[in-house]
Design a protein around this ligand. Structure first.
Ligand SMILES: [Zn+2]
Length: 243
């Protein structure tokens, strides 16, 4: 299965990830194809990535730097609507409070498609199976089904904030275990934009001169596995029908 969209009528998409840079490592080429096709994309960041760096900055300083980097990265692929939830980096759990906070963003954005990270461990590539990523994936799944569509879930959202239930029909999952991935997005024409987005995370990838070529090789391998012509690049996902 290859293509930009499954449904022709997707107008709004929401990406929910644990850390600044997750979307730009894993899915920014796909996001760029969506915005190029006229889809309005929003990002929801569960943490601000403050559990990183060499210790020369305070956690608040790191969070501010990484939020600013994420705003720049988002702009590089046509995204200008970001929500930072402020959960502690390195300690994300799929709690009811996190489900409520993601549900709030879903009900505000009212997306036709949500993209998040797999709640499952991909044993063949451990770094992407960070516990924060998996907790974010589990909480986002619960927010998509059933919380956001159920008026009895987190009733304060409707009662106090007027946020009506919203049903998300399609869930895209990044970094799923290999056997669950079945959809590739051709990102060749968006590769430069997606690398500009990743490069905006200066505190994370600043001294990494081989990064673009390594990423190109990785996406070329993915494209080849899906039978795309030589020279094409692709990102791949698991897609779940959540209607
Ligand atoms: Zn991460």
């Amino acid at each position: 299965m290859i293509g930009v969209t499954l449904s022709d009528d997707v107008r709004t998409a929401l990406v929910v990830c644990a850390h600044p840079d997750d979307v730009d490592f894993g899915a920014a080429g796909t996001v760029a194809t969506w915005t190029a096709a006229g889809i309005a994309v929003s990002y929801c960041l569960v943490t601000s990535g403050e559990a990183s760096g060499d210790g020369s900055h305070t956690a608040d300083e790191v969070a501010a730097i990484r939020q600013a980097e994420q705003w720049s990265a988002a702009a590089a692929v046509g995204v200008a609507d970001l929500y930072f939830l402020g959960y502690p980096d390195g300690a994300v759990e799929p709690t009811l409070a996190l489900r409520r906070d993601i549900t709030r963003v879903i009900r505000k954005v009212r997306p036709d498609r949500v993209l998040t990270w797999s709640p499952e461990i991909n044993w063949s590539h451990v770094p992407t199976a960070h516990p924060d990523h998996r907790a974010t994936g589990a909480a986002t799944f619960a927010a998509v089904y059933p919380d956001a569509r159920n008026p009895h879930a987190h009733p304060e959202l409707l009662r106090d904030e007027g946020l009506e239930p919203w049903s998300v029909p399609e869930l895209w999952i990044a970094d799923a275990p290999k056997h669950l991935r079945e959809h590739a997005v051709d990102i060749t024409d968006q590769f430069d934009r997606r690398m500009a987005a990743l490069g905006a995370h200066v505190s994370q990838v600043g001294e990494n001169p081989d990064l673009a070529e390594r990423m190109r090789g990785h996406f070329a391998d993915t494209a080849a596995r899906y039978g795309l012509p030589r020279g094409r690049l692709a990102e791949e996902f698991q897609i779940v029908d959540t209607r």
